[in-house]
Design a protein around this ligand. Structure first.
Ligand code: ADP
Ligand code: MG
Ligand code: MG
Length: 207
Protein backbone atom coordinates (compact mmCIF):
# COMPACT_ATOMS: atom_id res chain seq x y z
CA UNK A 1 0.00 0.00 0.00
CA UNK A 2 1.50 3.31 -1.03
CA UNK A 3 0.75 6.68 0.48
CA UNK A 4 0.86 10.24 -0.75
CA UNK A 5 4.09 11.77 0.56
CA UNK A 6 4.38 15.41 1.55
CA UNK A 7 6.88 15.86 -1.31
CA UNK A 8 4.43 14.44 -3.83
CA UNK A 9 1.56 16.57 -2.49
CA UNK A 10 3.76 19.65 -2.61
CA UNK A 11 4.96 18.94 -6.17
CA UNK A 12 1.35 18.26 -7.20
CA UNK A 13 0.21 21.63 -5.85
CA UNK A 14 3.19 23.42 -7.41
CA UNK A 15 2.47 21.86 -10.80
CA UNK A 16 -1.20 22.82 -10.48
CA UNK A 17 -0.13 26.44 -9.93
CA UNK A 18 2.07 26.22 -13.06
CA UNK A 19 -0.50 24.49 -15.26
CA UNK A 20 -3.23 26.88 -14.13
CA UNK A 21 -1.09 29.79 -15.29
CA UNK A 22 -0.23 28.08 -18.59
CA UNK A 23 -3.89 27.32 -19.27
CA UNK A 24 -5.24 30.65 -18.05
CA UNK A 25 -5.96 32.13 -21.49
CA UNK A 26 -7.65 28.95 -22.67
CA UNK A 27 -9.90 28.82 -19.57
CA UNK A 28 -10.71 32.51 -19.80
CA UNK A 29 -11.74 32.09 -23.42
CA UNK A 30 -14.12 29.25 -22.47
CA UNK A 31 -15.71 31.42 -19.75
CA UNK A 32 -15.89 34.30 -22.21
CA UNK A 33 -17.83 32.13 -24.66
CA UNK A 34 -20.13 30.54 -22.08
CA UNK A 35 -20.04 32.93 -19.09
CA UNK A 36 -18.67 36.35 -18.20
CA UNK A 37 -14.98 35.87 -19.00
CA UNK A 38 -13.54 36.32 -15.52
CA UNK A 39 -12.66 32.67 -14.86
CA UNK A 40 -8.96 33.10 -15.54
CA UNK A 41 -8.77 36.19 -13.34
CA UNK A 42 -10.42 34.29 -10.50
CA UNK A 43 -8.17 31.27 -10.98
CA UNK A 44 -5.03 33.41 -11.23
CA UNK A 45 -5.68 35.12 -7.91
CA UNK A 46 -6.48 31.80 -6.24
CA UNK A 47 -3.28 30.19 -7.54
CA UNK A 48 -1.18 33.20 -6.52
CA UNK A 49 -2.56 32.88 -3.01
CA UNK A 50 -1.93 29.14 -3.10
CA UNK A 51 1.69 29.68 -4.13
CA UNK A 52 2.10 32.23 -1.33
CA UNK A 53 0.55 29.86 1.22
CA UNK A 54 2.84 27.04 0.06
CA UNK A 55 6.00 29.05 0.83
CA UNK A 56 5.15 28.25 4.47
CA UNK A 57 6.78 24.84 3.80
CA UNK A 58 3.89 22.47 4.54
CA UNK A 59 4.96 19.38 6.48
CA UNK A 60 2.07 17.08 5.55
CA UNK A 61 -0.33 16.48 2.64
CA UNK A 62 -3.02 17.89 4.95
CA UNK A 63 -1.21 21.24 5.09
CA UNK A 64 -0.71 21.28 1.32
CA UNK A 65 -4.42 20.72 0.65
CA UNK A 66 -5.30 23.30 3.30
CA UNK A 67 -3.02 25.89 1.68
CA UNK A 68 -4.77 25.38 -1.66
CA UNK A 69 -8.23 25.30 -0.09
CA UNK A 70 -7.78 28.54 1.80
CA UNK A 71 -6.46 30.24 -1.33
CA UNK A 72 -9.61 29.36 -3.27
CA UNK A 73 -11.97 30.12 -0.38
CA UNK A 74 -10.60 33.67 -0.36
CA UNK A 75 -11.23 34.13 -4.08
CA UNK A 76 -14.26 35.56 -5.83
CA UNK A 77 -16.47 34.16 -8.57
CA UNK A 78 -18.60 31.07 -8.25
CA UNK A 79 -15.61 28.81 -8.82
CA UNK A 80 -13.45 30.16 -5.96
CA UNK A 81 -15.59 29.13 -2.97
CA UNK A 82 -16.74 25.88 -4.63
CA UNK A 83 -13.15 24.79 -5.32
CA UNK A 84 -12.20 25.99 -1.84
CA UNK A 85 -14.79 23.72 -0.27
CA UNK A 86 -13.78 20.86 -2.60
CA UNK A 87 -10.10 21.07 -1.60
CA UNK A 88 -11.11 21.42 2.04
CA UNK A 89 -12.47 17.87 2.01
CA UNK A 90 -9.08 16.59 0.80
CA UNK A 91 -7.44 18.50 3.66
CA UNK A 92 -9.93 17.09 6.16
CA UNK A 93 -9.48 13.53 4.91
CA UNK A 94 -5.69 13.85 5.09
CA UNK A 95 -5.59 15.27 8.59
CA UNK A 96 -3.49 13.20 10.97
CA UNK A 97 -3.29 10.09 8.81
CA UNK A 98 -1.53 8.41 5.93
CA UNK A 99 -3.07 9.36 2.61
CA UNK A 100 -3.68 6.10 0.76
CA UNK A 101 -5.62 5.72 -2.50
CA UNK A 102 -8.59 4.70 -0.33
CA UNK A 103 -8.35 7.97 1.60
CA UNK A 104 -8.13 9.92 -1.67
CA UNK A 105 -11.20 8.12 -2.99
CA UNK A 106 -13.15 8.94 0.17
CA UNK A 107 -11.95 12.54 0.07
CA UNK A 108 -12.98 13.01 -3.55
CA UNK A 109 -16.37 11.43 -2.89
CA UNK A 110 -17.06 13.69 0.12
CA UNK A 111 -15.67 16.70 -1.72
CA UNK A 112 -18.00 16.49 -4.70
CA UNK A 113 -20.93 15.87 -2.33
CA UNK A 114 -20.15 19.19 -0.62
CA UNK A 115 -19.91 21.00 -3.97
CA UNK A 116 -23.23 19.51 -5.02
CA UNK A 117 -24.89 20.45 -1.74
CA UNK A 118 -23.77 24.06 -2.17
CA UNK A 119 -24.19 24.49 -5.91
CA UNK A 120 -27.08 22.09 -6.55
CA UNK A 121 -25.50 20.84 -9.78
CA UNK A 122 -25.95 17.27 -10.95
CA UNK A 123 -23.84 15.42 -13.50
CA UNK A 124 -24.90 16.70 -16.92
CA UNK A 125 -25.50 20.29 -15.79
CA UNK A 126 -22.24 21.40 -17.47
CA UNK A 127 -20.19 22.37 -14.40
CA UNK A 128 -17.07 21.28 -12.52
CA UNK A 129 -19.23 18.47 -11.06
CA UNK A 130 -19.10 16.73 -14.46
CA UNK A 131 -15.38 16.12 -13.93
CA UNK A 132 -15.42 15.77 -10.13
CA UNK A 133 -17.85 12.83 -10.06
CA UNK A 134 -16.01 10.59 -12.56
CA UNK A 135 -12.68 11.47 -10.92
CA UNK A 136 -14.03 10.40 -7.51
CA UNK A 137 -15.42 7.19 -8.99
CA UNK A 138 -12.13 6.41 -10.73
CA UNK A 139 -10.14 7.02 -7.53
CA UNK A 140 -12.44 4.79 -5.50
CA UNK A 141 -12.42 2.04 -8.13
CA UNK A 142 -8.62 2.16 -8.39
CA UNK A 143 -8.30 2.10 -4.60
CA UNK A 144 -10.61 -0.92 -4.39
CA UNK A 145 -8.32 -2.76 -6.83
CA UNK A 146 -5.31 -1.94 -4.67
CA UNK A 147 -3.78 0.55 -7.12
CA UNK A 148 -0.86 2.71 -5.99
CA UNK A 149 -1.49 6.38 -5.22
CA UNK A 150 0.19 7.59 -8.45
CA UNK A 151 -1.77 5.08 -10.57
CA UNK A 152 -5.06 5.96 -8.87
CA UNK A 153 -4.42 9.67 -9.46
CA UNK A 154 -3.54 9.07 -13.12
CA UNK A 155 -6.83 7.20 -13.54
CA UNK A 156 -8.67 10.08 -11.87
CA UNK A 157 -7.07 12.46 -14.37
CA UNK A 158 -8.20 10.37 -17.35
CA UNK A 159 -11.74 10.12 -15.99
CA UNK A 160 -11.85 13.87 -15.27
CA UNK A 161 -10.76 14.62 -18.85
CA UNK A 162 -13.52 12.41 -20.23
CA UNK A 163 -16.00 14.15 -17.93
CA UNK A 164 -14.76 17.61 -18.90
CA UNK A 165 -14.94 16.77 -22.61
CA UNK A 166 -18.51 15.56 -22.13
CA UNK A 167 -19.57 19.08 -21.08
CA UNK A 168 -18.94 20.36 -24.60
CA UNK A 169 -22.17 18.98 -26.03
CA UNK A 170 -24.25 19.84 -22.95
CA UNK A 171 -26.71 22.65 -22.39
CA UNK A 172 -25.88 24.30 -19.06
CA UNK A 173 -28.36 23.98 -16.20
CA UNK A 174 -26.26 25.80 -13.57
CA UNK A 175 -24.02 28.86 -13.51
CA UNK A 176 -23.81 31.73 -15.96
CA UNK A 177 -23.54 29.37 -18.94
CA UNK A 178 -27.19 28.51 -18.28
CA UNK A 179 -28.14 32.14 -19.01
CA UNK A 180 -26.83 31.96 -22.55
CA UNK A 181 -28.54 28.68 -23.47
CA UNK A 182 -27.54 27.29 -26.86
CA UNK A 183 -24.64 29.76 -27.11
CA UNK A 184 -22.71 27.72 -24.56
CA UNK A 185 -23.25 24.43 -26.37
CA UNK A 186 -20.00 23.42 -28.04
CA UNK A 187 -17.97 25.08 -25.28
CA UNK A 188 -16.17 22.94 -22.69
CA UNK A 189 -16.87 24.03 -19.11
CA UNK A 190 -13.74 25.72 -17.71
CA UNK A 191 -14.40 24.52 -14.16
CA UNK A 192 -14.58 20.90 -15.31
CA UNK A 193 -11.40 21.30 -17.34
CA UNK A 194 -9.63 22.77 -14.30
CA UNK A 195 -10.49 19.63 -12.31
CA UNK A 196 -8.83 17.56 -15.05
CA UNK A 197 -5.73 19.80 -14.98
CA UNK A 198 -5.61 19.46 -11.20
CA UNK A 199 -5.45 15.67 -11.41
CA UNK A 200 -2.97 15.85 -14.32
CA UNK A 201 -0.71 17.85 -12.03
CA UNK A 202 -0.39 14.84 -9.71
CA UNK A 203 1.78 13.18 -12.37
CA UNK A 204 5.25 14.67 -13.05
CA UNK A 205 5.30 14.22 -16.82
CA UNK A 206 2.09 16.23 -17.26
CA UNK A 207 3.57 19.71 -17.16
P1 ADP B 1 -18.90 33.30 -12.25
O1 ADP B 1 -20.03 32.64 -12.95
O2 ADP B 1 -19.32 33.80 -10.91
O3 ADP B 1 -18.18 34.28 -13.09
P2 ADP B 1 -16.47 31.65 -12.39
O4 ADP B 1 -16.19 32.21 -13.73
O5 ADP B 1 -15.49 31.91 -11.30
O6 ADP B 1 -17.91 32.09 -11.88
O7 ADP B 1 -16.67 30.09 -12.47
C1 ADP B 1 -17.46 29.48 -13.44
C2 ADP B 1 -17.43 27.98 -13.20
O8 ADP B 1 -18.12 27.67 -11.99
C3 ADP B 1 -18.11 27.17 -14.26
O9 ADP B 1 -17.20 26.81 -15.27
C4 ADP B 1 -18.64 25.94 -13.52
O10 ADP B 1 -17.73 24.86 -13.58
C5 ADP B 1 -18.72 26.40 -12.10
N1 ADP B 1 -20.09 26.52 -11.61
C6 ADP B 1 -20.97 27.51 -11.82
N2 ADP B 1 -22.13 27.29 -11.17
C7 ADP B 1 -21.96 26.11 -10.51
C8 ADP B 1 -22.80 25.30 -9.66
N3 ADP B 1 -24.02 25.69 -9.32
N4 ADP B 1 -22.28 24.15 -9.18
C9 ADP B 1 -21.03 23.75 -9.51
N5 ADP B 1 -20.21 24.48 -10.30
C10 ADP B 1 -20.66 25.62 -10.80
MG1 MG C 1 -17.06 33.73 -14.80
MG1 MG D 1 -18.04 36.39 -12.61
Amino acid sequence: MTTLTTEHARAWADRFVTVGAERNDELTELDRQAGDGDYGTNLRSALRRAAANLTGEPTSPHEVFLAVSEAFLNTGGTSGPLFGMWFREFAKAAKGREVTAVVLGEAATNAVAVVQRLGKAEVGHKTMVDAMVPAAEALSAAAARGATVPDALAEAASAAHVGAASTKRLLAKRGRASYVGEHARGVVDPGALTVAYFFDAATPSSS
